[in-house]
Design a protein around this ligand. Structure first.
Ligand code: PTJ
Length: 233
């Protein structure tokens, strides 16, 4: 993972802050035992059901996600019929184009959010992440935001979108504000979600609606307990 991120950094895909964010994630990953927990799996099931039920699901991609798991992320988009949008906190056109090229080399066809395509604005958000694609995040009903900063997760919720987060820190603002939070490493969560999506794809909407039902606060507390127990042990 570190090598992929350093490569991404050298190729203008990952930013310095992304390397730091990874270090924070690693610390939490050690504490949850570097494995997918039952709680994370429950959250993934609810998240995938939400995506399959959505009218316009979108996966938001930043530098870290593009470097760590491009293939699996594209596969998840395909299975759930989601759009892929590049949306960067530290936005530069050069980085957007580098990420678009990387995703295209893994088979992504129509990557949203590049350059002037991001002409819509998320209200109340000051960072560069406020600029979004009118055909992507702006119009989405469900947005998957792996490895996110808290402000935008909160702003998307305020816009009435269902937000799914993948974040190793159950206490982060993103984790706390999202409707469904998967406390797991993005490199384990993405392929697992692909498998779950393939299994669920044939299910009736009613069955999926039952799976969507999910208590995020309860699940986050359970994830936090795993971390605390890890520390005690
Ligand atoms: O590529 P950009 O310009 O959009 O910038 C991306 C970063 C990651 C720098 C930006 O979104 C950012 O600053 O994010 P934060 O606020 O540092 O939040 C990142 C969160 O992801 C933290 O809570 C980390 O614990 C968590 N995290 C880090 N690595 C992983 C992770 N969660 C899941 N899987 C990981 N591999």
């Amino acid at each position: 993972m570190r090598e992929k991120l350093v490569d991404g950094f050298r190729n203008n895909i990952v930013v310095e802050e992304g390397l730091m964010a990874h270090g924070r994630g690693e610390a939490f990953d050690y504490l949850i035992g570097e494995k997918t927990t039952k709680e994370a799996l429950n959250a993934m099931r609810s998240a995938v059901a939400l995506m399959l039920l959505a009218r316009r699901p979108v996966i938001s991609v930043n530098g870290n996600v593009a470097s760590l798991c491009p293939k699996e992320m594209i596969e998840l988009a395909e299975v759930t019929s989601a759009s892929i949008e590049v949306n960067l906190f530290y936005r530069t056109l050069g980085r957007e184009l580098a990420i678009e090229k990387l995703l295209a080399s893994h088979g992504a066809k129509n990557v949203l959010g590049i350059g002037s395509r991001s002409s819509a604005t998320i209200p109340e958000l000051m960072s560069e992440r406020r600029r979004v694609d009118p055909d992507g995040i702006y119009a989405a009903d469900v947005v998957l935001v792996p490895l996110e900063d808290g402000d935008r997760a909160e702003a998307l919720v305020k816009m009435g979108k269902k937000v799914i987060a993948i974040d190793l820190n159950p206490l982060s603002r993103t984790a706390q504000k999202a409707h469904v939070t998967i406390v797991d490493n993005v490199v384990r969560a993405m392929p697992r979600m692909v498998r779950i999506a393939k299994q669920m794809k044939g299910m009736k909407r009613k069955e999926l609606q039952k799976i969507v039902e999910f208590d995020n606060a309860k699940n986050l507390n359970a994830s936090l307990k795993i971390i605390l127990n890890g520390l005690v042990k």
